[in-house]
Design a protein around this ligand. Sequence first.
Ligand code: ADP
Ligand code: MG
Length: 264
Amino acid sequence: MSIELKNVTYTYSPGTAYESHALKDVSLVIPDGQFIGIIGHTGSGKSTLIQHLNALVQPTSGQVLYNGEDVWAEKYDRKQLRSEVGLVFQYPEYQLFEETVYKDIAFGPRNMELGEEEIDRRVREAASFVGVDEELFESSPLELSGGQKRRIAIAGVIAMRPEVLILDEPTAGLDPAGCEQILENICDYREKTGATVLIVSHNMDDVARLSERIIVFDHGKIAMDGTPEEIFSQPERLISMGLTVPHSTAVAMELRRLGLELPE
Ligand code: ADP
Ligand code: MG
């Protein structure tokens, strides 16, 4: 399993006053099983990028390959792709729309045309993954807290058992305990299934701690791509792109500034 982007360019509203070059000639290989953090200033193209990975948007030019196949080829099964590459949008709780929690989590598997028993198994499994109690199954998602809603939205994607799980700022707006739980759920899912995980995040401490690889976006291009050690050993570069650095890096920078000699 791998995803490859070849020279992908994406322009919103081409030829109008609202034209915006969100991705510029982006090439990228995502091998099976990697845990990747995606960082970058607001407007750098992160959300646009991840919507290319499950063919929600079509590149203006360039190619997206899943397991070597062009996902925009005429007969390519993009519906199947969207169950294998699961995407959790930013603030996914705004997209809960079924009348019960159960139906909401079941929406993805039902779309996959699985049998009722299999759907039920997956809903229960996904709910337990994210710590949503079965007592809530008949509640309206709208009655629940922000953190619970977020977990239900994530369960809806996990219930498809995607091989690639992509989350756009999954902890945005949650309290520290809520953040920690969601990150733990994501790590558990990866450990149990071996899934590839991509997380877009503004939290440098989380990204540094969880990712094996970090991709930095800047103005629609990949500015940096490497291990957390490689990326955070260049704090000045990150700061020049409007980013922050993990607390440990910030402390080390300050100590060096005060004259202390520290190893990388
Ligand atoms: P990020 O997720 O890193 O904040 P986005 O991918 O959302 O970045 O946006 C990249 C660029 O595309 C920005 O300049 C943004 O203003 C523009 N953009 C995003 N969505 C739209 C849209 N629906 N219509 C027009 N421009 C958009
Ligand atoms: Mg975004």
